[in-house]
Design a protein around this ligand. Sequence first.
Ligand code: ADP
Ligand code: TRP
Length: 334
Amino acid sequence: MASPRVLSGIQPTGDSFHLGNYLGAVRQWVALQETHDAFYFIADLHAITVNPSPAELRRRTRVSAAQLFGAGIDPERSTLFVQSHVREHSELAWILMCNTGMGEAARMTQFKDKSAKYGETSAGVGLFTYPILQAADILMYQADYVPVGGDQKQHLELTRDLAQRFNARYGETFNVPAPYILKEVEKIGDLQEPLAKMSKSSSSPQGIIEVMEEPGPLRKKIMRAVTDTGSEVVADPENKPGVTNLLRIQSVFTGTPIPELEARYAGLGYGAFKKDVAEVVIEALAPIRERTEKLLTNEAELDRLLAAGAARASAVARETMELVRDHIGFLPKP
Ligand code: ADP
Ligand code: TRP
């Protein structure tokens, strides 16, 4: 039997991914390629919902791809591609839009948050239909699992609803995917506001650790991370969200269970603990940064890897779209 398929995407909206992206999503992508048929992509169609400049978009798309390879995505085992290289994504998004209610799209909280920033009426229509394009991305590859952070749950629910509705209306067409979300890392907190998620768009620079960050500033940020009243290093998400966040980060990077870490730092206070967290993070990110920088010196090779990924992805997309077009009643292309 074929391995189950995983698919996920990430937007090229910054010059570096942050620790939330890495621990919440990308690290699982790397692990899952060992046991699954893996498809991963740079969501450049999603990124244009906020109108980046063409030069910025081009740079960030390449930098994002380099970081994914740098983080350990293996082009031999995974299909890594750029979303806009597979034209079928836009086509399927349109078809799904015609099967989505205004009300169900309007309920998406990410749209509400993002549009609040621009003002309800000046936010682009693309921001509104963003989750439907995401559903198209997922259903196109008949994915079984979608590894993402906790903030994507609602988009995954919509995707499942759209798949079930389409299958009911037009006959069995799409696999109904399940989210793959790891509890311990589903929401990595902002270092300055640990109850909020670390986020490219809303965190302050001091609240974010970038994967590409140099050790010096990285160490400073962790040492200055907001901790909580008291001095005990114990996990307590409600009363000690700052300490809990750092414990989770140290625990996933080292594979040490949190109770063991709590015992290790008993009586030592926050300073010693944070120093160790900083070193653990620096050590884990260094090889990713080095590999990424090396890849970025060879743009032609990077583009070649992305072209190979696009070719493999396109083959699957074409197959799905043939089925979709036929089921919906479009005449065969002459
Ligand atoms: P951002 O929210 O910073 O704009 P993206 O929306 O591009 O990041 O997220 C890319 C991936 O990283 C998604 O799977 C998302 O769920 C995950 N992710 C983002 N921020 C976090 C976080 N703070 N904790 C866990 N996962 C996260
Ligand atoms: N919306 C996702 C995010 O903000 C990115 C994304 C686009 C995605 N298409 C996807 C994630 C398909 C998983 C599957 O992070």
